[in-house]
Design a protein around this ligand. Structure first.
Ligand SMILES: *[C@@H]1O[C@H](CO)[C@@H](O)[C@H](O)[C@H]1NC(C)=O
Length: 535
């Protein structure tokens, strides 16, 4: 029986479980999430563009709308079906559907790669690749998070699959398209990979250039008109002084130029050069020793070149050699070049993990098939242990991470408060950055086939950054009915003419730290966000 349906199911269910236990999102996810929201709620008609989030809250550095629009369109049928059948009762269910749609893209791409591994190397290499990938924390937890890095990941993995399958032109074209539209750092994979293929005489220079041009310009031909039309009305904006409408023809390049030219990347902090080594080790977890052993093993076999040795394994040698030859240059270049950039985040190099997992999987498969029975039993025990430790670490990390979205619980506190129809609820930025997305505004006017029907009691949600609304007096004088803020202590204590203005009626806890004590491991939380009602 074909094995890929099982892989697809596993690759779907594990990240889906992560989505269900941590359904809320952070600010980094919000551009893509909210653009998908706008597609679902308003459709693509230009007549409604003025309602889109980037128009009502302009000022963010432009990114391409192509990925979120595709995600929104892909989510549309399930969102409409779930709304029509009553399967989801609130717009939060629609947020989960959007995230699960991204998970489905992830699962499709990784299944494609697993099938290539099976065809080219061995079924057990593919099995181990899927098992290691899913036992780790970062990729499965983020597979359903609408960060540009994770809308790029499925495409990058599909490109890896093409490359390993000798569909070199398609692989290079897809990497270039992803770099052009979604994340420019993918160029650090695309360019060295293409060069290596040319040097290895597997692809001619004209073919490599052709693939790059077709991928890059092909993607821009789709994205540029869309981005220009959607972004141009928001520019120029005071927070983006020299960003013109023309820059939105290629937002990735403009944003990179803006960040570098203005030194904005440094605003996010400078990290030590070796940060990515520890980031890779954390992401790989139990796959790290397998990766090292696999490389050393293949090198030793390659050097001795004595087949028939008890530790010889042709499949291992072939897998490591071909992964290193085809994907190695890109992975090394990505990590090395980004290590020279001051600002570092693990997700910038997340694309290195699948190729490294392939080598680790090849090693695991060879270990599990060692010819001597005692040796084989021992190595299988060790492999089970590594997989178990990796999965336990992932479970623990997920458990801790679920406490990290205090803004996600605001809607429950609001529901409990039973505010009257047409109440205006104002959000400060912290709750909006930690989980209070547009989808959590469940009593809005969601009149769209992709949303559950609007409820009778509706509220007006305000995200305005108007400075006067930041203070207890200003918010009170503006006639707001409720305020959701991280500065709830200040609000609850504030008085006007001798009487209090705001009453604390709800709170949301957030993560403080992990405590290892006598009673075992404890995740410490404390109130982070307060819900205040006008007195
Ligand atoms: C080599 O490893 C593969 C798994 O990738 C396994 O199926 C095969 O039996 C191994 N060959 C030898 C000679 O151990």
């Amino acid at each position: 029986m074909a094995r890929w349906p099982l892989w697809f199911l596993e690759l779907l269910l594990v990240p889906a479980a992560h989505v269900l236990v941590a359904p809320y999102t952070k600010v980094e996810e919000s551009f893509t999430l909210h653009a998908a929201y706008d597609v679902l709620r308003y459709g693509l008609s230009p007549a409604n563009w003025e309602h889109w989030d980037h128009r009502t809250f302009p000022g963010a550095v432009p990114r391409s709308f192509l990925p979120p629009i595709v995600l929104g369109l892909l989510s549309y049928p399930s969102a409409a079906l779930a709304s029509a059948t009553g399967l989801v009762a609130t717009s939060i269910g629609i947020q989960v559907i959007v995230r699960l749609t991204l998970v489905a893209c992830f699962a499709a791409a990784f299944t494609h790669l697993a099938r290539t591994l099976q065809r080219r190397y061995s079924t057990s290499t593919a099995d181990w690749f899927v098992a290691l990938t899913l036992a780790q924390f970062h990729i499965p937890f983020y597979a359903g998070r609408t960060l540009p890095n994770f809308t790029a990941l499925p495409l990058v993995v599909l490109a890896f699959s093409y490359l390993l399958d000798e569909k070199l032109w398609a692989g290079i074209a897809l990497l270039t398209a992803t770099a052009t539209v979604i994340r420019l750092e993918v160029a650090l994979l695309a360019v060295p990979t293409a060069l290596a293929l040319v040097v290895q005489r597997r692809l001619s220079l004209p073919a490599a250039l052709g693939a790059g041009i077709a991928g890059g310009f092909g993607a821009l031909a789709l994205s540029a008109p869309l981005d220009y039309a959607l972004w141009a009305p928001t520019l120029p904006h005071p927070s983006l002084p020299d960003f013109t409408a023309l820059h939105t023809l290629w937002p990735e390049l403009s944003a990179a130029h803006w960040n570098i030219a203005h030194g904005h990347a440094a605003e996010w902090g400078t990290m030590p050069a070796h940060l990515y080594v520890s980031a890779l080790l954390k992401m790989l977890a139990g796959a790290a020793p397998l990766l090292l052993l696999g490389v050393v093993w293949a090198l030793l076999l390659g050097l001795s070149a004595k087949s028939g040795h008890v530790l010889d394994n042709t499949t291992l040698r072939r897998t490591v050699a071909s992964a290193a030859r085809t994907l190695g240059p890109g992975v090394v270049c990505l990590v090395a070049v980004l290590s020279t950039v001051g600002h570092k985040e693990w997700r910038f190099i997340v694309y290195a993990i699948p190729p490294l997992n392939i080598v680790a999987a090849a090693c695991a498969a060879a270990l599990a098939a060692l010819p001597r029975r005692a040796l084989r039993a021992l190595s299988r025990l060790a492999l089970t242990g590594l997989l178990g430790i990796t999965a336990a670490f992932a479970l623990f990390s997920t458990y801790v991470s679920t406490h990290n979205y205090p803004g996600g619980c605001v809607w429950r506190a609001l529901e409990a408060a039973r505010l009257p129809h047409k109440s205006t609820i104002h959000f400060h930025s912290y709750p909006l950055q930690t989980g209070a997305s547009l989808f959590t505004f469940v009593r809005g006017k969601h009149a769209s086939p992709a949303f559950p029907a609007p409820v009778d009691v509706q509220w007006v949600y305000s995200k305005s950054e108007e400075p006067s609304l930041q203070t207890p007096q200003g918010a009170w004088l503006a006639d707001l009915d409720a305020v959701v803020t991280e500065r709830w202590r200040e609000f609850a204590g504030a008085e006007i003419d001798g009487h209090k203005m705001w009453a604390l009626i709800g709170a949301c806890d957030g993560f403080d730290g992990v405590h290892f004590g006598k009673e075992g491991v404890q995740v410490r939380t404390s109130p982070k966000i307060g819900l205040l009602r006008r007195l």
